[in-house]
Design a protein around this ligand. Structure first.
Ligand code: ATR
Length: 263
């Protein structure tokens, strides 16, 4: 039986095992997918386990998406450009670090049938998933990406990867077409996002990377002001789907049953 893992810290909340094990069952694949909380010093031996075929693939989540890079043999183009790896697989005895978060974000947005070209985007947060979102937004030919993070240095650091980023002070909400919450604020039900959206207007789009809870306070505020809103559920499912495709050569359907699995 093949074995797959999602590793991170914390990891309890991860719904990746639910998705992958469901797809194993549906596709008659003899494999198991588990979650494992790890420390950074375990990354090297994990990659060795993949090389020795004791483990057949891993997903990497917060806070190791960058830290895993020195241990893999090669990076895909997308991982190189974002300095972020969320999927590792073995190809010709080489461990490859790949990034399916980009695909996940793109597919999540495509499904909403909104055209992002020439749109002005404001991203809140500068954590692990943000380079992937920026890469995907650039592919979709947005006109401008503004970024605001509580710790401004972390936003500034992203300019090493993406020269055209514009940094906005935390607390300032400039004009935008689409606002993306990529902070972890909202993961806990009582989390407040202490930003003043009252002058935003009603013809904007509020997107939250968080999907559990399904409607964060950020989305509630956006909706109350009359804006369109969407959570990150489809992005999450889509990044898992692309990892599944890389490992097994199968792209499962996203149907209601899959969507309800995550409720
Ligand atoms: P990591 O930073 O380890 O990659 P993450 O969950 O991907 O973790 O990112 C957390 C994001 O949420 C960061 O942008 C963080 O801001 P800081 O860089 O200032 O830490 C943001 N965040 C978390 N708690 C926050 C809070 N109370 N107010 C504002 N931003 C917060």
């Amino acid at each position: 039986m093949k074995k797959y893992l999602v590793v991170g810290n914390p990891i309890e909340h991860s719904l990746s095992p639910k998705l992958h094990n469901y797809w194993f069952k549906n596709n008659g694949i003899d494999a198991i997918y588990e979650k494992k909380k790890i420390n950074e010093d375990e990354l090297e031996s994990l990659i060795r386990d993949i090389k020795e075929k004791k483990i057949h693939g891993i997903n990497v989540t917060v806070p190791f998406k960058k830290a895993i890079i020195p241990y893999v043999d090669e990076l895909s183009f997308e991982s190189e450009k974002t300095q972020s790896v969320n999927t590792v697989y073995l190809d010709n005895n080489k461990t490859i670090g790949h990034n399916t978060d980009i695909y996940g974000f793109e597919l999540g947005i495509k499904n909403l049938k909104i055209d992002l070209s020439k749109k002005k985007i404001l991203i809140l947060g500068a954590g692990g998933v943000v380079p992937s979102i920026i890469f995907a937004l650039n592919k979709m030919k947005v006109s401008e990406i503004l970024i605001s993070n509580r710790t401004q240095d972390k936003a500034e650091n992203l300019k090493d990867l993406f020269k055209d980023l514009k940094i906005v002070n935390w607390g300032v909400i400039p004009e935008f077409d689409i606002i993306i919450n990529a902070t972890s604020l909202g993961l806990k039900k009582d989390d407040e996002i202490n930003l003043d959206f009252s002058r935003v207007g009603s013809n904007k789009f509020f997107y939250d990377v968080i999907y559990n809870p399904g409607e964060t306070k950020f989305l509630k505020i956006g909706k109350k002001l009359g804006n369109k809103t969407e959570n990150g559920k489809l992005m999450f499912i889509s990044q898992a789907l692309e990892a599944f495709n890389i490992w097994h050569g199968i792209k499962p359907q996203i149907n209601n049953e899959v969507i309800e699995l995550l409720d």
